[in-house]
Design a protein around this ligand. Structure first.
Ligand code: C2E
Ligand code: MG
Ligand code: MG
Length: 487
């Protein structure tokens, strides 16, 4: 047992030592307590992995070593090993969905399973740590890179692609099966790493890059990422003023029926940036969602589209033309979304049954009861509902069948794949048939040539939208199309 020995000296009146007293104490309990405190502050209680604090201290030490080693290499003429460590930043994609839909206890079990798989997949000498939430950091064992500078990153690449694979295998928790994917960012700790914060930040940036280039993949950190982030920060700052400065406009892309009559138009937002010119929504909508600016922007879009509808209602040739508005997940999830729509309809005088909202599958996964309630409340206002980008999501058909949609929009990718010959089972045909059997109107978007149009007509699609018939255009131009059709 560990012992603590105290030695005291006993002095006589002349201040001379006459005796020694040894006190020997068994301190195993204290030691145990110490260990426990250590455990608590350096390990994550859920997964028993080293925590953020522990990995941070380890990385701090490695950075110091790397800096010292580079100085030695510069001084010494002979061969010195140059040890480099790679850092992996691992984030589970869409983990929040599982937590939200299945509850925290399932989420916790999943995290524990993930931790086990991570530890299993790497060497004993690599350190797997839980960084927080659904984020893990793995510090790979150092390798000597003095002869091959790419060695550490090469191993990181192999490990990452293995981890992507290992974590995409089925997880079984209770009676449920789960599938997840992971995004991994890779960086190297070298003498240019100044601080622990940099190392983690770089790996995290790379992880975000992996996410935005499609998830379930890994990505290496590059200094250009830093610049990209700065551009985003600037864009976000100028987006804050864009509403006030009235830099947004709506363009409308026409939608035609079999007979070539314009039946509707999709409102597509454009940002007229004073310096950068026209910025596409594909570029700024994701950023607006992240910064929550999509809420005031989305409200503006609905109001603007309703104002256009109200004007069109006054004209004989335009009074039956519908306008479809894209709604983002965050916007739809606001508690007051339906109330807001009602207020805007009243305020502008637009008829609800000419307004159609385009929703995407991904926004329909969570909180089923609430979504159903909202959709039915919108239907009460007369508003039509369209399922955009159909075929790209993962929701089950039996679930979709329960939702009160009016229209199904075949995703562009199925239209692009259509070639005049060869393909005997085009998915666009299957989707059209399926949509009709669910009682939905079916529209195809992304029609770029005559062949596409002819085939989709043959498949029985109801409405057609695409560059071949018309680009998104200013309000005035679309009004002109209809007037020309009339005359
Ligand atoms: P989306 O809703 O799927 O819109 C269709 C996109 O395809 C539009 O891109 C449109 O210009 C483009 N497109 C139309 N015809 C063709 C074609 O024949 N070929 C090809 N290759 N593309 C075609 P856009 O305007 O850049 O919008 C991109 C996305 O941004 C939209 O995808 C939508 O998700 C989002 N978005 C646009 N406006 C809004 C908005 O007001 N609010 C929200 N939340 N999202 C919006
Ligand atoms: Mg759309
Ligand atoms: Mg679409």
């Amino acid at each position: 047992a560990p012992e603590l020995t105290t030695i005291s000296i006993v002095y006589n009146d002349e201040n001379m030592p006459i005796n020694y007293v040894f006190i020997i104490k068994d301190i195993s309990l204290t030691k145990q307590n110490e260990q426990m405190i250590n455990q608590l502050s350096f390990y994550d209680p859920l997964t028993c992995l080293p925590n953020r604090k522990m990995i941070s201290e380890k990385v701090a030490r490695l950075i110091k070593e790397a800096q010292r080693a580079s100085e030695e290499v510069n001084v010494g003429g002979h061969y010195t090993p140059l040890i480099r460590h790679a850092l992996l930043f691992i984030d589970l994609d869409h983990f929040k969905n599982i937590n939200d839909s299945k509850g925290y206890s399932v989420g916790d079990k999943l995290l524990q399973e993930v931790a086990l798989r991570l530890v299993d997949a790497v060497r004993k000498t690599d350190i797997v740590s839980r960084f927080g939430g659904d984020e893990f950091i793995i510090l790979l064992e150092g390798v000597d890179v003095s002869l091959d500078p790419g060695r550490a990153l090469y191993r990181a690449k192999k490990v990452s692609s293995f981890l992507n694979e290992v974590l995409s295998r089925t997880f079984e928790i209770g009676d449920d099966y789960f599938y997840i994917s992971t995004s991994i960012g890779i960086t190297e700790i070298d003498d240019s790493t100044v601080e622990v914060f940099d190392a983690f930040k770089h790996a995290e940036l790379a992880m975000y890059e992996a996410k935005s280039s499609g998830r379930n993949r890994y990505c290496f950190y590059s200094p250009q990422m830093q610049e990209k982030i700065m551009q985003r920060v600037n864009l976000e700052a100028s987006m804050r003023d864009a509403l006030l400065k009235e830099e947004f406009v709506l363009h409308y892309q026409p939608q035609f029926d079999h007979g070539g009559r314009m039946r509707g138009a999709e409102a597509l937002i454009r940002w007229m940036h004073p310096e950068q010119g026209v910025i596409s929504p594909a570029h700024f909508i994701p950023l607006a969602e992240e910064s929550k600016l999509i809420i005031p922007i989305g409200e503006w879009v609905v109001r603007e589209a309703c104002q256009t509808l109200a004007l069109w209602q006054q004209e004989a040739s335009l009074q039956y033309v519908k306008i479809s508005v894209n709604v983002s997940a965050l916007q739809f999830s606001q508690d007051d979304f339906v109330d807001l729509v009602q207020v805007i309809l009243e305020e502008t005088g637009a008829r609800g049954n000419l307004l159609q909202f385009e929703l995407t599958e991904s926004m329909l996964i969570n909180d089923k009861t609430n979504i159903l309630k909202k959709m039915h409340a919108l239907k009460k206002l007369g508003v039509l509902l369209s399922l955009d980008d159909f075929g790209t999501g993962y929701s089950s058909l039996s679930y979709l069948q329960q939702l009160p949609f009016d229209q199904l929009k075949i995703d562009q990718s199925f239209v692009k794949n259509l070639s005049g010959h060869g393909d005997h089972h085009p998915l666009a045909l299957t989707i059209t048939t399926m949509g009709h059997s669910l009682g939905l109107e079916v529209i195809a978007e992304g029609i770029e040539n005559f062949d596409h149009l002819v085939m989709l007509k043959r498949f029985g699609c109801d409405l057609f939208q695409g560059y071949f018939m018309g680009y998104p255009m200013a309000c005035k131009e679309i009004e002109k199309i209809v007037h020309d059709q009339q005359s």
